[in-house]
Design a protein around this ligand. Sequence first.
Ligand code: GCU
Length: 474
Amino acid sequence: MLFDTLFLIPKLLLFCTLCSSYSTQKSSSMKKAALLLFAIPFLVNLETYGQMSQEARDSISKLSQADHQLMMEKLGIESLRPGPSGNPSAPNAANKNESIATPYTSLPDPLIFDNGKPVKSEKDWKKRREEIKEHFATEVYGRMPKKIPGVDWEIIEEKDSLFGEIPARFKKLIGHVDNSSYPEIQVDIEMMMATPLEAVNPVPLIMQFSWVWPASMQRPKPTGPTWQEKMLAEGWGFAMLIPTSFQADNGAGLRAGIIGLVNKGQPRKLDDWGTLRAWGWGASRALDYFETDPTVDAKKVGIEGLSRYGKAALVAMVDESRFAIGMISSSGAGGTKIYRRVYGEQVENLASSGEYHWFTPNFIKYAGPLTPMDLPTDAHEMLALCAPRPVFISSGDPEVEGHWIDAVGMFKTTVAASPVYEFLGKEGLKTDQYPGTNVGLLDGDLVFRQHDGGHTEGPNWDYFIEFARKYLNY
Ligand code: GCU
């Protein structure tokens, strides 16, 4: 699909951004070493993907469709409403007309219990938080399994390396998941990280859910430092967690990875967790590792992700209270965009066989017979569950990024989550006026900024760092 091709670009850029950090290094032997260090793990993944034949891709799609169909049968659903197209010139293009985007007059109120009683105290909020979490567990993202096997982290490479000008201690790690309950499925979590070599004390660290993309699709080196270099320059560490190493990004993979291991290779139950929640679980396990790493201050670890990984970063923030801060970038539908909005990507798209795996099977029913209006909750309540911790909502410029992601929808979510921040004595957004491009609403603890680029978090990193300093550099 054309639109999907568009989305390859940022993924690709990320890969190239990484490569570029090596090319600015001084000594060429150092450069080669660093390049190899990073390139090898990447290329292993990339090669697998790059070498995947059309036949293999077709078979993933067929298996996903079959599992999707099975879930529909279990739900007693015969057909679903199709979602609109992401291609703006298609006859069924997704809506981008703001005047018809808001068919609802109100949203569920995060500060009112389901029984109509108001939340009056922090103690009440704790209860209400559980109520909202339960809605998301049963209807949207699925339940965390009661028992998930443990993870043993192994450092498989460790080395001092230069990132730009900055010397850092680089590590590549694998988290081996205990599969003794079902040895047919093996699950390994892949992660890379680096912390500034010169740091005297344990450092804050930002972890990203990172993309892997074919090396053959490299693009020109972007100007300026990479986000990893920016982190190190700030005196912080960075980590890159590879979500697809432990849970595939398709329905065909649901009987493998951590979801498959827990289910012993069987299909999901109707309220089982989806891929987003599984990815979030992996981020928590990475945090377990940071607690054991003397170079990291595990109380100051943040999580970031773009697009589907932005959705995952939101889920991780909610599920894992140890994350100190979050940057949720262009997460769109299924992330920080109001599900009820008729603009850009719709619930019908999310519930289709290409994306349903991100969610619990129950979610499919909101694309037929139910509608998004029937959801007992909406995205602003999910975002509110991050409170009181600081969160930065990032978007690209719709004119550049496209309207699929729905920047206004993400802004509205941020506005509607703000009362919970205020209730807890923190600061949410002070306005409900959409700011447009390059006007950051960055004063509070829940902030929003739409940069002037496309589907990337790139131009917002500097603003995020400035925001995060308040919480991480004390
Ligand atoms: C698709 C999908 C989005 C997702 C995006 C991405 O466009 O519809 O929901 O955010 O891919 O992850 O790049």
